[in-house]
Design a protein around this ligand. Structure first.
Ligand code: FAD
Length: 202
């Protein structure tokens, strides 16, 4: 059976093919979109995968909350520069935005830019990431193999190849357990209460 060790050229070919693939950014929150802006600045192709129907979905869950960081800490400079070319006006640096204002005034206009919108896949939830042709017991050549991203797009399973993956899925939907020693079954009850409180206040 052929492997990368006996045929080093296979590995070089795989690396060259992988370099042509986009970078996959997972999650269209403030961090994922700032990553996208910086990829565009470097001329690197990307695809942005977002589980929700909109960018900034986590922020919208507590959209009514006034943040403790003023605007100047909430707008990535590269995003601001790209938006500025499109006639966007920056919000007042020292004011404290509501969480939903970040989405309305920055994230949505940015995601709608002509350089960005065609590469944003909404309602696409990533469920697993692997390396093409590599199961868990193979390691030789793994670093050169493209990533395979398994996702569910509007209910249908899809697979995408990527040269690199930036995980910007945040912590909002994956909070740390309260207990210092890990998950604690009784946390499920307060978690349910938190979700119903959030839906009552939004
Ligand atoms: C009440 C409150 C107030 C806050 N105030 C401040 C503040 O004043 N200043 C401050 O700096 N921070 C504040 N934060 C924290 C701030 O909201 C987070 O730091 C910020 O949202 C993190 O951005 P992110 O892009 O990493 O993650 P998120 O905003 O959580 O974005 C992650 C995105 O990934 C998507 N996603 C998740 N899983 C998947 C998947 N499997 N596949 C595809 N997409 C996926 C989600 O739908 C979401 O859109 C506050 C948080 C809360 C709760």
């Amino acid at each position: 059976m052929l492997n990368d060790e006996s045929h080093p050229s296979l590995s070089a070919a795989a690396a060259a093919a992988s370099a042509l693939l986009p970078v996959a950014v997972l999650g269209a929150g403030p961090v994922g979109l700032a990553a996208v802006a910086n990829l565009v600045r470097r001329g690197m192709p990307f695809v942005l995968l977002e589980a929700a129907e909109t960018v900034g979905a986590s922020l919208l869950e507590f959209g009514h909350v006034r943040l403790f960081s003023p605007w100047r800490y909430n707008v990535d400079p590269t995003m601001a520069e790209m938006l500025g070319r499109d006639g966007w006006t920056a919000p007042p640096e020292d004011e404290l935005p509501l969480a939903r204002e970040i989405v309305d005034r920055v994230l949505r206009p940015f995601a709608a830019l002509a350089d960005i919108a065609p590469f944003v896949k909404l309602q696409t939830k990533v469920i697993a990431i692997s390396r093409e042709g590599f199961d868990k017991v193979k390691s030789e050549g793994r670093a050169e193999a493209p990533f395979v991203i398994h996702a569910v797009e509007r209910g249908a399973p899809i697979e995408l190849r990527a040269r690199a993956v930036i995980d910007a899925t945040g912590t909002w939907q994956k909070p740390n357990p309260l207990g210092a020693s890990g998950p604690w079954l009784s946390e499920k009850q307060p978690q349910r209460r938190r979700s119903s409180m959030a839906s009552r206040t939004s």
